[in-house]
Design a protein around this ligand. Structure first.
Ligand code: 5GP
Ligand code: ZN
Length: 141
């Protein structure tokens, strides 16, 4: 897609540090390197976000993530874990609107990646939880 920075990276119009490439996906180092080895995995087909995948493209793209993760684990013996992050839409911190999965190696609790999940469980009754789950369930195609 015109004016998409990641499409330009796929087409080699903009240089990148390649990690893996095949006919379906491209994986390359994120320029910010939040932690050493921070990698982005993108479909070669321009789609905006998670809401854009059909089952087939999702299967193709996401099935290739574990082998890239394992290669990072082998490449960095000091790696203790890995966060997989996928931001969708501006509200959720997406800044490049070509779908991508961040693979962020974790080395120590004090490295430069942080993620907070607040526990709001006590605010939800069992009835509320059932209703919420059902409202999603009813929309699954
Ligand atoms: P988002 O905020 O959309 O989840 O992530 C977009 C990511 O793309 C950011 O982490 C940012 O560092 C990365 N990024 C933006 N422009 C470029 C670029 O030109 N080259 C590379 N390698 N990464 C980029
Ligand atoms: Zn694109």
């Amino acid at each position: 897609m015109e004016n998409c920075i990641f499409c330009k990276i796929i087409n080699k119009e903009i240089p990148s540090y390649s990690v893996y490439e095949d006919e379906d996906i491209y994986a390359f180092l994120d320029i910010t390197q939040t932690t050493k080895g921070h990698t982005l995995v993108i479909p070669k087909k321009h789609i905006t976000d998670i809401f854009d995948y059909d089952d087939e493209l999702a299967a193709v793209v996401f099935s290739k993530v574990p082998k890239i993760a394992r290669s990072m684990e082998k490449a960095f013996p000091d790696m203790q874990g890995l966060n997989m992050v996928n931001n969708n839409k501006e509200m959720a911190y997406q800044s490049v609107f070509h779908s991508h999965i961040h693979l962020i190696p974790r080395y120590t609790k004090k490295d430069d990646f942080a993620l907070t999940f607040k526990d709001n469980g006590k605010k939800y009754t069992s009835e509320m939880m059932t209703k919420i789950a059902k409202s999603i369930q009813e929309e699954i195609e």
